[in-house]
Design a protein. Structure first.
Length: 121
């Protein structure tokens, strides 16, 4: 396993296990105090990723301070996106943006996302 955080998605639960040298508080302070973990199935990961990447300016404008994309190793069309925000209000505004729903449809998202919001402890 590499030194990055390991992500395990199982039965709708998301567990993060730190394996790096930085602590959770160090990461939260540098990249944002709010974490949004968003998972959903897509029709075609490659096509979805093109749309996701093209939305980088939208994420920046919304205050996203860090973003990563993961795939389920058993099904690469099951996607998990992790976004960091400076505040809960910024995360909620981003997730409530009507343009996000349109972008998800354009990217081939097949079902409503599962979203977990967490704040740094």
């Amino acid at each position: 396993m590499n030194r990055r955080d390991a992500l395990k998605v199982s039965a709708g639960l998301v567990a993060l296990a730190p394996f790096g040298l930085m602590t959770g508080s160090a990461i939260a302070g540098d990249m944002g105090k709010v974490l949004a973990v968003i998972s959903h199935p897509v029709k075609d990961f490659a096509a979805w990723k093109v749309v996701y990447d093209s939305a980088e300016p939208v994420r920046k404008k919304a205050g996203v301070t860090g973003a990563e994309v993961f795939q389920d190793p058993a099904d690469p069309n099951k996607v998990v996106a992790i976004h960091r925000f400076p505040s809960l209000e910024a995360a909620q505004a981003f997730l409530g943006n009507p343009g996000l729903k349109d972008a998800m449809a354009k990217g081939g998202v097949l079902a409503p996302p599962t979203v977990i919001l967490a704040t740094a402890a």
